[in-house]
Every structure is written in structure tokens, then in C-alpha cells.
Design a protein around this ligand. Structure first.
Ligand code: MG
Length: 234
């Protein structure tokens, strides 16, 4: 029997496109918590929520952003729930995403997420596009836990191991993501990065960053299985 495996999905631009609501999420939260309109949003790509929110508040002239961090998180969760209909209307699951997650279900394989999003925001986005089946979101790594994705990966592995009482050989832990930050986070955590070129970073950039395999998208299930598990299928 194959060794147990853990597959950790990035969310935005890997499994789904939330229809450009990210800016609206930050704008609503900023306005509610800081009390004025948001002018400048920090760079979002591949970063975790903690880093984005703190920098956005600093850019907006908040001198002690740590103090407002938890209020900002709560406001973002509310805003995400309010905007779920907009996500559904303007966004979509990426091609093949649902079938890809379903297609990796096998004995001994656990799937979860490592994402810069807060957990309730990730859940709201995934639920908007019926992507929560087969994902154990209890063991995921989320953006309020640390600014560094490698820490989120390690956290997810540790939580999955504790929950299932197994040890995942590190070559059987796979991070699937669309940015070089996902790849770097996986490498820094000592696990296997698989790139999907459905975001801003090209296949060449993902390969150069060290991805063990790169897919154009999630539509080819046998290519995905090969990328994730290598020659020994699941
Ligand atoms: Mg992404």
C-alpha cells in the first residue's frame, strides 16, 4: 500500500477566481475599522492576510495597526459573507478544480488548504463554488497564523498528522499553488511543490522557483496525479 499523502491546496487562482472581490473586502473592512475610505491596498499576491492587513493599515496612516488587527479580521469575515453572492456572480471555480480535488481522493490521502486567507474567508470562497467536498479544512494553514507561507505549510502538516495519528513522509506532502510564493513556501517547509500556471506567474517562473512539476491548469487529471504522486500513483 502507498504511504499516506497530504495534499495542500492554495485557494485563489489555484482552485477559484473570486471575481475580484478582494479589494472590496479590504475596502469594507478598512472603512469599518479605521473609519475612512481605503486609498491604497498592499500587494496581495502570494502573501498572507496578516502581512497584507498590517501593511494596508500602515499605508492608510494607522500608526499602531497591530492594535486593530483582530477587529480588521472580523470585519473581513463579515464582508466576505456579505459578498458571497457577488463572488458567485462574478467569479468561478477554475477549470477542472472540482474534478481535480475529487480525483485525488484515495485511501490514505488527506486534502486541505494552505492559503493567505483567513479560515472563514477561505471557507466562504470555497463554499461559493462548491469546492469544500473532500477538503479537511480543520487542518489547514491560514493567513492569520503567520506572515510566512512555509510556517503555514508546517502548521498544516503538524495538524494533519495529529488529527490522523500518522506521519506523512515529506515527499508525500504536496503543495499545489499558482505563485512562486506557494513554491517557495513548500520548499522552505521541506515538502513537494506543484505549480499550476493559472495565476500571475508563468509555468517558466514556477519551474525556475523550484516546482517539482508544473501544470497549465487542473483539467488533466492523469497529469495532476502524476505531478502530485510521482510515478507511484496514490
Ligand atoms: Mg494563489
Amino acid at each position: 500500500m502507498a504511504a499516506p499523502a497530504l495534499v495542500l491546496w492554495d485557494v485563489d487562482h489555484t482552485l477559484l477566481d473570486s471575481g475580484g472581490v478582494s479589494r472590496a473586502l479590504y475596502s469594507r473592512a478598512f472603512e469599518r475599522v479605521v473609519g475612512r475610505a481605503l486609498d491604497e491596498l498592499a500587494d496581495l499576491t502570494g502573501r498572507t492576510e496578516r502581512a497584507i492587513v498590517l501593511e494596508t493599515m500602515r499605508l492608510g496612516g494607522v500608526t499602531d495597526p497591530e492594535r486593530l488587527l483582530s477587529a480588521f479580521y472580523l470585519a473581513m469575515v463579515d464582508a466576505a459573507r456579505e459578498l458571497q453572492g457577488t463572488m458567485r456572480a462574478r467569479g468561478h471555480a477554475l477549470a477542472g478544480a472540482r474534478q481535480a480535488v475529487a480525483g485525488l481522493v484515495a485511501a490514505g490521502v488527506v486534502q486541505s488548504v494552505v492559503t493567505g486567507n483567513l479560515r472563514p474567508v477561505a471557507e466562504t470562497k470555497l463554499a461559493a463554488f462548491d469546492l469544500t467536498d473532500h477538503l479537511d479544512l480543520d487542518v489547514g494553514g491560514y493567513g492569520d497564523a503567520a506572515p510566512d507561507r512555509a510556517v503555514l505549510v508546517t502548521l498544516a502538516v503538524t495538524q494533519a498528522e495529529a488529527a490522523r495519528d500518522v506521519v506523512y513522509p515529506r515527499h508525500r506532502v504536496v503543495v499545489i499553488g499558482d505563485t512562486i510564493h506557494d513554491v517557495k513556501g513548500a520548499l522552505d517547509a521541506g515538502v513537494r511543490p506543484v505549480g499550476v500556471a493559472t495565476g500571475r506567474d508563468s509555468a517558466a517562473e514556477l519551474t525556475a522557483a523550484g516546482a517539482a512539476a508544473v501544470l497549465a491548469d487542473l483539467t488533466d487529471l492523469s497529469a495532476l496525479r502524476l505531478a502530485v504522486f510521482g510515478a507511484t500513483q496514490s
